[in-house]
Design a protein around this ligand. Structure first.
Ligand code: ATP
Ligand code: ZN
Length: 210
């Protein structure tokens, strides 16, 4: 039977737990940091190590059959993939943050304001849900410094402890979406026996953790 391919993050916040999950499923593979693809010795699976942002696209195009990635990244990509299993790790919240002394008091005050983010699509959707329009400043990182530099009135970014917000003179203002890591698949995989076996193992690993 043809091997399936699963894409996981190469390095970063989801890498270690993704590797651990697959190992806990009894999969035997080498986890060389330098190789971008590895074959599982005792299962019909190959593992691709990618930037997390690329994972939804690879899966949607069928280059990878499966992927492990944050919901925030899936949503932002707007790629069409299938949610197979919530994984319970990589939990975080995308929030709007504002300067400590901001005159923004409720959501309506965001109307017409400039908001810096690396998540323009999710932010746009959130604003539309609240009948707001704002000027979305898309940047690719270090979002928290934007208000201090005068680039924006607010930011929209992933916040866990709030430490980065605080050290940049910001405070959390509103939750935009929660996220956790998800096992995703391409369309048309449903009856695949390799996937069925893998999914069973993943689910029993998750149950054992409860
Ligand atoms: P890559 O190099 O793969 O593009 P990255 O820098 O974009 O990595 P990471 O910071 O490693 O991404 O985060 C990966 C994912 O981990 C996030 O997209 C999110 O789903 C999740 N996550 C969990 N907690 C946090 C957190 N405190 N901050 C950022 N992301 C978090
Ligand atoms: Zn990324």
């Amino acid at each position: 039977m043809k091997n399936l391919k699963i894409a996981i993050q190469k390095s970063g916040r989801l890498n270690e737990k993704s590797v651990q999950l697959l190992k806990n499923c009894g999969l035997d593979f080498e986890n060389y940091k330098s190789s971008l693809i590895t074959t599982v010795n005792n299962f019909n699976l190959e593992i691709l190590f990618l930037r997390d942002d690329d994972i939804p696209g690879y899966v949607a195009q069928g280059i990878a059959d499966l992927g492990i990635v944050g919901e925030n990244v899936i949503d932002e990509s707007q790629e069409k993939v299938i949610y197979l299993q919530r994984l319970g790790f990589g939990r975080c919240t995308l929030k709007i943050g504002i300067p400590k002394d901001s005159d923004i008091k409720d959501l309506q005050d965001l109307q017409g304001k400039a908001i810096a983010t690396t998540y323009p699509n999710i932010l746009q959707e959130f604003l539309a849900e609240h009948n707001l329009s704002a000027e979305i400043q898309q940047i690719s990182g270090s979002v928290e410094i934007a208000p201090g530099l005068g680039l924006s009135d607010a930011i929209c970014d992933i916040v866990s402890t709030g430490g980065t917000l605080k050290s940049n003179g910001l405070k959390p203002f509103a939750d935009v979406r929660r996220s956790e890591a998800i096992l995703i698949g391409r369309e048309g995989l449903a009856e695949n026996p390799i996937l069925c076996e893998l999914l069973q193992r993943v689910q029993s690993v998750l149950r054992a953790k409860e």
